[in-house]
Design a protein around this ligand. Structure first.
Ligand code: 4AD
Ligand code: MG
Length: 431
């Protein structure tokens, strides 16, 4: 007998099918048992009748508990009353793996679910998020291939900080110290001199001291770097990437968005609209006028301010020209307004959080060394990075997308922890 997926069985619609998966729900009487079977993408109702399968087999079926794995054969038919819209009248079945006391049920606390993450990734909503994650990442690979970019993979263990010493994880490295990557960017900047247009996707580490619903200690940043790109090129390209990936994902994962009570068509429509770009100074003026929030020029935006800005938009927005003093040493000054950096963040509507951060890269060695020194960094450690400015330097730009942040937004998930299979946060590194 050849097993098919539940989705394939439903599109077959009639006749004999063989299915396998896990018990998602079960109830029954002395003669009749209803089991909802789930596989990696769908659910279907099984009807097991004592008269059909015999007394002995029915005894086994009657003992089936949640999450036991089973194989069944039977006849499928449409039934609007059944969960999933179809029903299989079972003729044969066998238990592959019994399940004793599956601990998850209704109404468990988020912490309990995370303590049992090895089991809770099986739940219907969680699996839907993980399928969307997979589709999103695959769409992004396709986007960069179509755009003529090369994939460029770089070390996770790095000799210096890159996004600020306060969030760096230290790792013992034989007799020395290294650090877990806070970004791929510096190696990406070296890579563009060989390959011009590159991207990657990899784990990124930040020892965030904040316990918020949008910070992870380990997340997957989706970065790109391109020779010759200026701020306008790179911020427009970021919009193009996100529009492409979100549209593809919404088209491919309709059912999953519906499980999550999100409207895939609204997402698709959003990708077809214009996404605005505004300057940081304009964003400050907007929330001062409309929300009475006053932020002095010179600070990075805090969550409340990002949320206030985004309450006035229903698509993502690129905010450019943040104050130099609040930005990393590699973000260049705008020659026209030297207190502003040639950088951008993309903020998401609805949840109002930063999903992308990027910039042109400074080519001014002296300015960068001064800014590093002011942060207490040993500039000799950055000499290889400064070489890139001395040896055939070209304008270049790039950005990083917080994959879990984008997923959190498009799936309408409350906490970012549910957008990665096994979250790592300040308070959690198990299981
Ligand atoms: O803005 P960030 O810090 O930018 C960089 O690291 C640049 N070097 C990227 C580049 O230009 N190549 O981080 C980029 C994005 C943020 O916009 C955010 O979406 C996400 O990464 N991010 C986090 N996501 C989850 N948890 C955290 N702790 C995050 N920190 C940043
Ligand atoms: Mg940022």
């Amino acid at each position: 007998m050849e097993f098919i997926s539940i989705k394939e069985a439903k599109s077959q619609g009639t006749g004999e099918v063989s299915l396998r998966g896990w018990v998602y729900r079960e109830r029954g009487s002395k003669k009749l048992k209803f089991v909802v079977l789930r596989d990696s993408a769908d659910i279907i109702q099984l009807v097991i009748e004592k008269e059909v399968i015999g007394e002995e087999a029915f005894l086994v079926a009657d003992k089936l508990r949640l999450e036991a794995s089973i194989e069944v054969s039977g006849t499928i038919k449409k039934d609007d009353r059944a969960p999933g819209g179809y029903e299989v009248a079972v003729k044969e079945f066998s238990v592959v793996g019994e399940c004793a006391d599956f601990p998850l049920g209704q109404d468990q606390s988020p912490e309990f679910l995370l303590d049992n993450r090895h089991l809770s990734i099986r739940t219907r909503k969680q699996a839907a998020i993980l399928r969307i994650r997979s589709a999103y990442v695959q769409a992004r690979e396709q986007f960069f291939r179509e755009e003529g970019f090369f994939r460029f993979d770089t070390p996770i263990l790095q000799p210096t900080q890159s996004e600020g010493g306060s969030t760096i994880f230290e790792v013992k490295y034989y007799q020395e110290k290294t650090y877990l990557a806070q970004t791929w960017q510096f190696y990406g900047e070296a890579g563009i001199f060989a390959l011009e247009k590159i991207y990657n996707f990899g784990p990124t580490f930040r020892a965030e001291k904040s316990k918020t619903s949008r910070h992870l200690s380990e997340f997957w940043m989706a970065e790109m770097e391109a020779a010759w790109f200026k701020l306008k090129d790179v911020s427009e390209f970021a919009k193009k990437e996100l529009k492409y990936c979100i549209k593809q994902t919404a088209e491919r994962c309709r059912d999953d968005f519906i499980i999550l009570e999100q409207d895939p068509d609204a997402l698709i429509a959003m990708t077809e609209r214009e996404w605005p770009t505004i300057k940081y100074r304009e964003a400050l003026a907007l929330i001062k006028e409309k929300d009475g929030i006053e932020v002095p020029f010179g600070k990075d935006l805090r969550t409340e301010e990002e949320k206030a800005i985004m309450s006035h938009f229903d698509t993502p927005v690129c905010v450019t020209h943040y104050p130099v003093e609040a930005m990393g040493f590699y973000k260049p000054r705008d020659p026209e307004n030297p207190d502003e950096a040639l950088c951008f963040d993309m903020l998401a509507p609805q949840i109002g959080i930063e999903i992308v951060g990027g910039s042109e890269r400074s080519l001014d060695v002296k300015d960068m060394e001064e800014r590093l020194a002011a942060d207490g960094e040993d500039i000799t450690q950055y000499s290889w990075y400064m070489d890139l400015r001395r040896m055939g330097s070209v304008p270049h730009s790039g950005y990083g997308v917080g994959t879990e942040r984008v997923l959190q937004w498009i799936t309408g998930t409350e906490n970012i922890k549910d957008c990665i299979p096994f979250p790592r946060t300040m308070l959690r590194f198990k299981p």
